[in-house]
Design a protein around this ligand. Structure first.
Ligand code: SF4
Length: 464
């Protein structure tokens, strides 16, 4: 039997897409290769968010070239962000540009046989000359081959209409497309029936998800800048969360990512009311300076962001708030960066995913701004921000000492101290020391008494 291997780069959305790619490979009769070197079909699901991610794909492709020289019948496929560039100049021009872009990629990467957009992945069997009927044809509707037996990602939309100046996503994934309500509901219901414990809804901006009341809306509908303007006949994200949380069963719902502009009070109230929606809100501040936010085209000011944080903390007791920040964005002065430090000191985030700005060809920033902050300054700013993060996160975590937390065990920890790693509703890792083998608890909820707190991990013991 022929085998396949998938390499995934980048975000959770890409990892979720790879579960659909695996389903397509298996529909053609391939089975997962036990070792990377022996596969007959290689699919690389790429990421373009940072240059480093693209460099790794080029490195991988060089390795595949070596494998191909020994076994020429190997087929290689590139999909994901690197497989698409949309210049949005009308459909025909866009298609021509896309074809030219893919041809150039193939010239640059001799090992490459097929370049295919992720939204077209259901066409892979046809391209490879395999007679398989992938039904339905919408890529998000393909039934995934889940990697885990207790944690699942469920995409609810793809693409983004926001056009943050630093971001390549609107050009690689295109405009927002929403998955119909009924399809999402059925997938979550079936996961709960099959004993999945943690279900994470995914989208580039989950808050802009909508579906019509029949649940069959398949085409993107006009963008509504203000969520309050969404016509009543459309179901929105708070409604989706509320109805999924009402499914009977012992499970947690999470979601990512949220744009601060679109996160609305109704969603926060739903999170507060439903015990099975995780008490963690992740929304990306990106910068604590209004002038930088303007250059980033982020649609909100720092004070509006802080008002939302206050509302979230007032409405959801003990909530964890996490964020993303880019340091060293084009033209970021010392003063602008100090504003970011100050806001982070005030908010005391539980986690900050810090990225040093990396210019991406094709983005608005690459066209209009200069990437003029030196690499060493970016690294220094990252370090300073990490210090602020550690202080705030530790302070937040210490408040959990002495409390009992429900947590989902997801990993066994070996080494000097053996035990389990579980995740709390706040998205915090907790180490549980075990005297005997307790690996049977992986995939189950447990109750943990918290004894110790570090910046990014808690420690505790099992409550029987
Ligand atoms: S909201 Fe901005 S950063 Fe997020 S995917 Fe859309 S364009 Fe990119």
């Amino acid at each position: 039997m022929k085998t396949y291997s998938i390499k995934t780069f980048g975000c959770q959305m890409n990892h979720s897409d790879s579960e659909r790619i695996a389903a397509v490979c298996e529909s053609m009769g391939y089975k997962k290769a036990s070792e990377y070197e022996i596969a007959d079909l290689y699919v690389v699901n790429s990421c373009s968010v940072r240059q480093k991610a693209e460099d790794r794909v080029y490195g991988l492709m060089r390795n595949l070239q070596k494998l191909k020289s020994k076994k020429p019948e190997i087929k290689t496929v590139l999909t994901g962000c690197m497989a698409k560039r949309d210049i949005r100049q009308g459909q025909k021009k866009s298609l021509l540009y896309q074809q030219k872009y893919q041809e150039t990629l193939k010239k640059q990467i001799p090992a490459l046989d097929i370049v295919i957009e992720i939204s077209e992945i259901h066409k892979l069997p046809e391209i490879l000359g395999k007679k398989v009927n992938i039904n339905p044809v919408e890529y998000l509707s393909i039934k995934p081959k889940y990697n885990s037996t207790f944690q699942a990602f469920v995409p609810i939309s793809t693409g983004c209409n926001k056009f943050c100046t630093f971001c390549i996503v609107p050009f690689t994934r295109g405009e927002e497309v929403y998955r119909p309500y009924e399809e999402i509901y059925n997938e979550v219901q079936s996961l709960v029936t099959n004993n999945y414990k943690e279900i994470t809804l995914l989208g580039q901006n989950v808050n802009s998800w909508r579906s019509d009341t029949t649940g069959h809306l398949k085409i993107p509908i006009p963008k509504y800048r203000d969520q309050n303007l969404i016509p009543k006949e459309y179901l929105d994200f708070p409604y989706l969360m509320e109805s999924l949380a009402d499914i009977e069963g012992d499970f947690w719902l999470r979601f990512t990512s949220s744009h601060p502009y679109d996160i609305n009070p109704r969603l926060i109230e739903v999170i507060a009311q439903k015990d099975n929606i995780a008490k963690q809100v992740h929304f990306a501040l990106q910068s604590g300076s209004d002038s930088v936010l303007k250059r980033m085209n982020r649609y909100y000011t720092v004070s509006e962001f802080k008002e939302k944080v206050d509302f979230i903390r007032r409405t959801i007791p003990n909530v964890a708030i996490t964020t993303d920040i880019i340091v060293g964005f084009c033209g970021e002065t010392d003063k602008e960066f100090e504003e970011t430090l100050k806001v982070c000191e005030e908010i005391k985030f539980d986690q900050i995913y810090i990225a040093e700005y990396s210019q991406r060809q094709g983005t608005i920033a690459a066209k209009f701004y200069k990437d003029d902050v030196p690499v060493a300054i970016k690294a220094q700013r990252k370090q300073l921000l990490e210090e602020v993060l550690k202080k705030g996160a530790l302070e937040n975590n210490k408040r959990l000492i002495g409390t009992t937390q429900k947590a989902l065990v997801y990993q066994q920890k070996k080494g000097t101290k053996e035990g389990l790693i579980a995740r709390t509703t706040h998205g915090k890792d907790v180490f549980i020391e075990c005297d005997e083998d307790c690996s049977h608890l992986i995939g189950n909820f447990v109750y943990v008494k918290i004894q110790q707190a570090k910046e990014f991990v808690l420690e505790g013991y099992l409550i029987k």
